[in-house]
Design a protein around this ligand. Sequence first.
Ligand code: NAD
Length: 366
Amino acid sequence: MALTPDSVKKLVAGGVEVAVEAGAGVKAGYLDSEYTAAGATIAQHAALITSADVLACVNRPEARDVAHLKAGAVVIGFLKPLDEPAALEPIVTRQLTAFAMELIPRTTRAQAMDALSSMATVAGYKAVLIAAEHLPRMFPLLMTAAGTVPPAKVLVLGAGVAGLQAIATARRLGAVVEAYDVRAAAGQDVKSLGAKFLEVDLGGIETQDAGGYAKELSPEALQRGRDMVTKRAGQSDVVITTAQVPGRKAPLMLTAEAVNSMRPGSVVIDLAAATGGNCELTKPGETVNHNGVSIFGPLNLPATVAGHASQLYSRNVTSFLSLIVDKGNLKIDMADDILKGACVTYQGGSVHPKVAAALGQSVASA
Ligand code: NAD
């Protein structure tokens, strides 16, 4: 859900009228009656679309819904502007304004709106639970009268938001954890969670951009990382991969050769499956059994923890709304660096270069 009852209450107190699609929150644990108590009205899908000044959603709305939005309406959600820019055509054609949550700049002021971090947190946590459920071994070290059970060994590739949450969750369950990231800066975070940071000599190249994200690496630097991962994978019960480079295919980190070195019963969770996967054998949205090693390629883990994923996302969306709503009225100041960064189309002009290129437009100035 893009808005939970708590957030609705805040928005209504700030002079905003909120309408919620009937029954939309039930699967996430939020009832229509809770929304009504918070001050929202409950509407059927079609009525909601045609009346909204702002449509706050989780994923990009369907073209048939965009066709019925009011002139000048604003759409906010995960719009996939970098992965599927051409799919934003209906929004551009209707001359609407759209903000993509995934483009919100990662600045201190925008931290409360950082929905990518919220979802990565949920995914990193859930990945470990899936691994623990399917591994035919326990995570903690146990000393029992029947003998000692050694702790599970977990290897985490990519130590950004999802990777760090996976490390923390695996450590809480008692696993021995090691992690690798191209950004040397991640080493300190990894160690502070009680995991070992695996270092690879990348010849001193710059691996991090000004926004704190990984840069795309040279084939040689990628290969060095893969060689190290291949050595460590055979010693691991679980490998969780989270490595991504924004707007590009996920880097290949876990080769078939590396998976071949893992023991039957081991588990791979590939959190980069939606952008091509970090494991050579991943099939997005499926679970592959390769010589007894289970390789999971989940596409949307936050949806499996919908209650808390919605709570976090809703707070991100509400913070963002505070930038464009003033005393109940829409007020968009495109000079604001957060709005400028997150905007993909403004009143029908493609503001984002990738969207403009996909639609054969030149970049409009807002
Ligand atoms: P992400 O999801 O784009 O990538 C996940 C991780 O994979 C990153 O740590 C990246 O360095 C790593 N990676 C990419 N290619 C790799 C490769 N070939 N080998 C090994 N690792 C590879 O990133 P993310 O988790 O969203 O965030 C990345 C950075 O942004 C972190 O430094 C994080 O602390 C920072 N961040 C800052 C803010 C803020 O300032 N508001 C908010 C969130 C995150």
